[in-house]
Ligand binder design. Structure first.
Ligand SMILES: Nc1nc2c(c(=O)[nH]1)N[C@H]1C(S)=C(S)[C@@H](COP(=O)(O)OP(=O)(O)OC[C@H]3O[C@@H](n4cnc5c(=O)[nH]c(N)nc54)[C@H](O)[C@@H]3O)O[C@H]1N2
Ligand SMILES: Nc1nc2c(c(=O)[nH]1)N[C@H]1C(S)=C(S)[C@@H](COP(=O)(O)OP(=O)(O)OC[C@H]3O[C@@H](n4cnc5c(=O)[nH]c(N)nc54)[C@H](O)[C@@H]3O)O[C@H]1N2
Ligand code: SF4
Ligand SMILES: [Mo]
Length: 828
């Protein structure tokens, strides 16, 4: 039997030929570990008290908490927060300790497989059969070589979601450059938080996530942020919350703005339930009060030449009379937009009481240090770019940038150089092939596409399906599952039917069900992987996943998979990957940087990084005080920075200031006006714009994260799902929150089964009466309604909100407008 010749155990063969993703959990012949299924009769391991503690990082969300993995007799038995890790501090959120469910998930893929059923669809069993790694990689390499030989290398796309570091997602750019495809790689950031990253960049020039000095702030104003559910780094947010709302004196005041009463709002001093998509109007009105009442930070913003405040509602101001310091365009903004954005006006738009707006503005404007945060709730709308710019400008008005108790940008780690220089391995095609003339499949940066977008993953499937700008041939996925997580995932199902699909997930998710080739990654507890921190407190931090156990099955770390694939590409590209060798070599070279720049915890080598699991170096090196900027000199923030240095490092805009009048937008004003119909005289300022609500219904639908959700990849953790039940209700379900008045008007009773409809179709679910949700809005969490991803994930109601979410994205930032579709609801 050829399969056995290839080194596949008969057991894995039997398992793989069963219905994909269903039970049949026999372990492969590749592991000494006890199989999970009841039918297996492994002898119990001899009892022994010996255990090992291995350093790793939690995989369930981008907080990247350091974990101590306890291993006894080769099996993981518990996971704790790493006590020496600055984000975890020995603690974890409820998802952190559940990693063993991921490692021992009985529905995991046990090794590489190919599809034998040519038909694809939800109800088609892919009929995967196991193959060897050699065969699997050669199938992929043959396709890639063939495309390259035909001059069509642009028709290979690599799509990724949660990339971690230089040894996985960090290898992809080089792969694209050497192979010759503009579509290697396309990330999920436009489905995630580009709306905040890019709206901030338009005014401050940076283009990253903010880091926040929560411990020292006295006021937090949050717009559409799940601070106690999701906002990164979630675990540390809870820790810092305990401090700033308890021990700290003065206690940090919090105003939170959302569309339903979640944990964050319930724990705040003031909870404002805003009409979806109108956060920008609230921010403008707060700015209006700050200016008319003279509450801005003069040291940072500047002042009228004679100190007389001329900001009077409805009246224009002579720009020559105001001397700006670190902001550009304040008076212009006032004149074209802000002078009429009164709290009374904002009440009409947002439905928030005028008195609440004024009180919030006065508190925010008079408490220092204060800062304003926003995330998906504020920016995942058609007007998100302006909502974001308006909110970020509040930070400038109170001088929060780089201030103690304010916000900053994350510094990167002192990594060593890559072992091999890719530029030495470029052939003619890589250097100057026709692929360089091809647009990206997602139309990033294209005249007819998304001007300033970083990535447009949500467009990859739909554009290939339309053949605009062309059809792809082969698409590979790493840690992303757009068939489930992209809006209107059904369109992706159609798109993937026409393509050769490679998925690297260890789990039988929706995208894997559409795959032709499965190249399963190790799970996180089995792999060595670097991961610099997501923004935390600004100073650099780089963590390491150390394998806690030997891989259970015949899987391969994604980074190594990419290197092995590269070795099989003809020409100098293959030689590059042979020289690179493997990811351990890459990681060892990264760690060489620590020899010259040891971490605060003594990590100065690969070995000590493995031992401690984290390298970090405090403090953050910049600080702004009273409108002056300083750099850390080893003892304090004593070294003054001049305007040029600030421009180079801290406000990377054309003017070197915080630009309320955005030069980046002004430079593209013609395009923005022509393609998006915005007013050329005004489009460069934060402003109010009516949100567009597609979908055809009469209620807003919002599908946020809750604490027990791990993006779209946690639904196969049975314990996480069980923990959801007491708060969200029900067994096998999560209720859709509906205001009782809204329900009664439609004859819907508490607990009723309902249909939720948009122009794209309908999903079913059960409702729960909840006075804490706005009467015009339905809320239910994102991670339900999988039709694949293993036995615990599948077929739980309500159906998945993404299926009836219209794919609408902002043409400037590319942000996908998840929270903007309108739906209708009726009894099922
Ligand atoms: N537990 C958990 N934590 C996570 C993740 C996870 O899956 N689970 N994912 C991580 C990822 S990838 C990301 S991007 C971050 C995202 O972090 P957040 O952006 O903080 O999370 P979301 O739940 O998408 O949205 C935040 C809030 O916006 C609200 N909202 C919706 N529409 C509006 C509106 O118009 N105005 C206002 N003011 N609020 C609105 C929602 O009700 C929700 O409470 O979280 C990260 N952390
Ligand atoms: N309705 C709605 N939709 C949303 C959101 C929302 O709030 N509401 N949030 C959006 C946001 S913020 C984001 S970031 C995106 C996230 O969406 P995606 O980018 O799709 O990320 P995940 O859902 O985490 O999907 C991860 C995929 O990786 C696979 N996987 C799991 N573990 C591993 C592993 O160790 N290795 C590999 N190679 N693969 C693995 C999983 O099986 C799954 O197929 O979803 C977006 N979609
Ligand atoms: S906050 Fe995120 S990374 Fe930390 S333990 Fe929870 S899920 Fe894991
Ligand atoms: Mo995200």
């Amino acid at each position: 039997m050829s399969i056995l010749k290839l080194g596949i155990s008969r057991r894995r063969f039997l398992q793989a030929t069963g219905v994909a993703g269903a039970a049949g959990a026999t372990a492969g012949g590749f592991t000494a570990l006890a199989p999970l299924s009841g039918e297996a009769k492994a002898a119990p391991a001899p009892a022994s008290g010996d255990y090992q503690v291995v350093k790793n990082i939690c995989h369930q969300c981008p907080a990247r908490c350091g974990i101590d993995v306890y291993v006894t007799n080769g099996r993981v038995h518990s996971i704790y927060g790493n006590t020496d890790h600055p984000i975890a501090n020995g603690k974890l959120c409820p998802k952190g300790p559940l990693g063993a469910y991921i490692l021992y998930d009985p529905d995991r893929f046990k090794g590489p497989m190919k599809r034998t059923n040519p038909k694809k669809g939800r109800n088609e069993d892919p009929k995967f059969v196991p193959i060897s790694w050699d065969e699997a990689l050669q199938i992929a390499a043959d396709r890639l070589n063939n495309l390259r030989d035909k001059g069509e290398s642009h028709r290979f796309a690599l799509c990724y979601g949660r990339g971690w570091g230089a040894s996985c997602a960090g290898l992809q750019g080089t792969f694209g450059k050497l192979y010759g495809s503009p579509n290697v790689a396309i990330g999920h950031s436009s489905m995630c938080s580009d709306g905040s990253v890019i709206s901030k960049k338009l005014v401050d020039g940076i283009g990253g996530y903010n880091a926040y000095d929560y411990r020292n702030t006295n006021y937090l104003l949050m717009f559409g942020v799940g601070f106690l559910e999701a906002f990164r780094p979630y675990n540390n947010n809870m820790q810092v919350w305990g401090y700033i709302r308890g021990e700290k004196s003065p206690k940090t005041k919090v105003t939170a703005v959302d569309v339903h009463m979640n944990t964050t709002l319930a724990s705040s001093d003031r909870a404002l339930l805003i009409k979806p998509g109108t956060d920008g109007a609230l921010a403008l009105a707060i700015a209006h009060v700050i200016l008319t009442e003279g509450l801005w930070e003069r040291n940072f913003v500047g002042d009228f030449v004679d100190g007389d405040n001329r900001f009077v509602t409805g009246k224009t101001v002579d720009a020559n009379l105001f001397k700006e310091k670190w902001v550009k365009g304040l008076v212009d903004w006032w004149n074209v937009e802000l002078k009429d954005r009164t709290p009374e006006w904002a009440t009409e738009v947002t439905s928030i009481a005028t008195a609440d707006i004024v009180k919030t503005a006065r508190e925010f404007g008079t408490t220092r240090p204060a800062m304003a945060l926003y995330e998906r709730g504020a920016h995942a709308h058609s007007n998100g770019v302006y909502n974001g710019m308006a909110i970020h400008t509040l930070n400038a008005l109170v001088g929060a940038f780089y201030a103690k108790g304010g916000l900053m940008y994350q510094m990167g780690p002192s990594y060593g150089a890559m072992p091999v220089n890719a530029d030495d391995y470029m052939d003619d095609w890589a250097k100057a092939g026709d692929w360089k003339k091809m647009p990206r499949i997602d139309l990033k940066g294209h005249e007819d596409g998304y001007l300033m977008a970083n990535n447009m993953l949500q467009e990859v499937g739909p554009n290939s399906l339309k053949g605009n700008p062309y059809k792809l041939d082969t698409v590979m996925f790493y840690l992303t599952n757009p068939v489930f997580t992209a809006p209107n995932g059904k369109e992706w199902e159609e798109a993937l039917k026409e393509l050769f699909v490679i998925d690297t997930s260890p789990f039988p998710g929706e995208t894997a069900m559409m795959a032709d080739l499965i190249l399963p990654d190790h799970t996180y507890l089995e792999r060595m992987q670097d991961a610099p921190t997501y923004p935390f407190q600004g100073w650099p931090l780089a963590q390491l996943r150390v394998p806690a156990v030997k891989p259970l099955y015949d899987t391969k770390y994604y980074g190594d998979m990419l290197i092995e694939l590269g070795k099989r590409i003809k020409g100098p590209m293959g030689d590059y990957y042979k020289a690179l060798n493997n990811t351990e070599n890459v990681i060892r070279h990264l760690a060489k940087g620590f020899e010259k720049d040891p971490g605060d915890n003594g990590v100065n080598s690969f070995e000590s990084w493995v031992e401690k699991g984290v390298w970090y170096k405090k403090p953050y090196i910049y600080q702004q005080r009273q409108g002056e900027f300083y750099e850390w000199d080893g003892k304090g923030y004593n070294k003054p920075l001049n305007g040029d240095a600030v421009k180079e490092k801290l406000f990377k805009t054309a003017s070197g200031k915080f630009e309320i009048r955005s030069s980046a937008m002004e430079a593209k004003a013609d395009w923005i006006a022509a393609k998006t119909g915005r007013d050329p005289a005004k489009l460069m300022f934060p402003q109010w714009e009516e949100p567009k609500h597609p979908g055809g219904g009469d209620l807003y639908m919002v599908t946020p994260k809750v604490a027990l959700h791990a993006e779209g990849r946690g639904a196969n953790i049975p314990h996480a799902i069980a923990l959801l039940q007491p708060t969200m209700g029900g067994r096998n379900t999560v209720y859709i929150e509906i205001h009782p008045e809204t329900a009664k008007k439609r004859g819907i009773k508490d607990g009723d089964k309902v249909k939720v409809k948009s122009d794209l179709g309908h999903i079913e679910g059960f409702v729960r009466y909840f006075e804490g949700v706005r009467p015009d809005t339905l809320v239910f969490p994102m991670e339900h309604g999988h039709w694949a991803h293993g036995r615990w994930a599948k077929n739980r109601m309500p159906g998945h909100g993404g299926e009836i979410t219209v794919n609408q994205s902002d043409r400037i930032t590319g942000q996908c407008n998840y929270y903007t579709t309108k739906v209708s609801i009726e009894r099922a």
